[in-house]
Ligand binder design. Structure first.
Ligand SMILES: [Zn+2]
Length: 457
């Protein structure tokens, strides 16, 4: 807590975001010219202060601020430096004050460099992809860039014809004029900044499944057949996950396939982005497609409150791959767990899931050890209690943000309910070994076979 208004500093994002205020809503009114890579627009942020403040610092990188206005408090001046747009207030504003910040800005958006490569707004050969995890959101709009600061959005973006534009949320209008179309999307579910997105390309849309969750693919014409072949079983995948993880948390799900190859696929709110290369890779079906879909529950609906807790997203998404492998006739989750346990046992054992360190949040051991933790917990709880625990987790924290401590508490409650203090003690020891320790715990013969059959009944 500081009077300066930076709030508590998250060691996983020391130069990013603020806990001193909360953005309730982003209204983005943007125009983009693909051939010039020129973005221009106005962002209106509805803000509530959480502390007494004398300044308010937003994240915005690489774009030029033209004008800032503030209602609800007096703005003395603003400074835009080192990717921070700092509004100095004309006096102290008390906690709980509602403010409206309007920022007019523009320029040539570019990805932000991170230890894992460029993230955020990125030009494709013919269009744009926005994949912001973990710190790319300020490449296209001023924001409080913390995963826990979730907000609703209205995104209006005018782009030259014939480009197709997809943003997160529901399409509420598209007005076509002679040279450009204005697309308006509304996102009513709380959304982390890194999951806010815009996809621009010469795409056509195909519905894969209409009910109970609409699933569609946005794809360049040349990749249409390949995409439909690859995604023929997507409806089954969705149904299977909903049975184990609980109801799908958003209204629709769209897979975007870019014409370009992409290094990795990435999730955004209600959609995922894949490169053309992911359609032809044998990994696509078995691993990447279920992984990205699982993030809608783990990461997007139930979000990490800091990148420190990313194993709660990646561990579950990775475990979801193993579950789908078993369900779709591939290797069982148990067999995959044994394989990965063996591989991890040959790597350095110096990573702690509860606190991996910022530079290692995307270390593959976070993913695989996270999945093994889920598998070990399933073995201890038994399949029925495990599914109840997972469904309870996704419903209890739907639209919210979580820490490792929240998960521990939740799992222990289910252990107590299922097997009293004895099982709770066992689960507590198990979680301590897997989450807090660096040494790889043994993988005891975990799970009853045939549980997927039981779920189908
Ligand atoms: Zn992931």
């Amino acid at each position: 807590m500081t009077a300066g208004g930076q709030g508590d500093v998250d060691p996983y994002q020391p130069d990013h975001g603020s806990t001193a205020f909360h953005v309730e809503h982003y209204d983005l009114d943007l125009t983009y010219r693909p051939h010039l890579n020129r973005l221009h627009g106005t962002a209106t942020l509805r803000v509530r202060t959480l502390e007494d403040l004398t300044e308010l610092a937003l994240d915005l990188a690489g774009l030029t601020v033209e004008k800032v206005t503030l209602t609800g408090a007096r703005l003395a001046r603003y400074v835009h430096r080192a990717d921070r747009l700092v509004l100095r207030l004309g006096g102290e504003v008390t906690a709980g004050t509602e403010l409206t910040v309007v920022v007019r800005y523009g320029g040539n958006p570019a990805p932000i460099s991170s230890p894992w490569g460029p993230v955020g707004w990125e030009e494709l050969t013919d269009g744009v992809v926005v994949a912001s995890q973990p710190t790319g959101a300020p490449s296209w709009f001023p924001c409080n860039d913390r995963p826990a600061d979730k907000a609703t959005y209205r995104t209006s973006i005018t782009v030259d014809n014939p480009y197709r534009v997809l943003a997160h949320g529901a399409l509420v209008s598209s007005k076509r004029r002679a040279s450009a179309t204005t697309w308006v999307y509304e996102e009513k579910r709380p959304t982390s900044t890194y999951l806010a997105t815009v996809q621009i390309g010469q795409y056509e849309e195909h519905e894969l499944v209409a009910e109970p969750v609409r699933q569609a693919v946005l794809v360049p014409t040349a990749l249409r057949t390949a995409a439909r072949d690859r995604l023929a079983h997507h409806g089954q995948l969705m149904t299977f996950f909903a049975r184990i993880f609980g109801p799908y948390p958003f209204a629709t799900y769209t897979l975007v396939i870019t014409e370009d190859d992409l290094e990795i696929p990435l999730e955004a709110q209600g959609l995922s982005i894949f490169g053309a290369n992911h359609l032809s890779s044998t990994d696509g079906d078995e691993r990447l497609i279920p992984h990205e879909l699982a993030h809608q529950w783990f990461g997007n609906s139930v979000s990490p409150s800091s990148w420190q807790h990313i194993w709660l997203s990646e561990g579950f998404a990775c475990y979801a791959e193993w579950l789908w492998s078993e369900e779709s006739g591939g290797r069982s989750a148990d067999a995959l767990a044994s394989t990965w346990h063996r591989r991890l046992s040959r790597l350095d054992q110096d990573l702690v899931l509860a606190d991996p360190g910022y530079r290692r949040i995307f270390d593959d051991r976070v993913y695989k050890r996270g999945a093994l933790t889920v598998h070990a917990l399933r073995g201890a709880l038994g399949d029925e209690a495990f599914v109840a625990m997972v469904r309870g987790w996704t419903s209890r924290y739907a639209g919210g943000s979580v820490t490792t401590a929240d998960f521990r508490e939740h799992a222990l409650e289910h252990a107590t309910e299922t097997g009293g203090t004895e099982l709770a003690g066992e689960v507590q020891g198990l979680l301590e070994a897997w989450i807090d320790g660096a040494a790889l715990p043994p993988l005891d013969g975990a799970s009853g076979r045939g549980w997927l059959d039981a779920l189908r009944r």
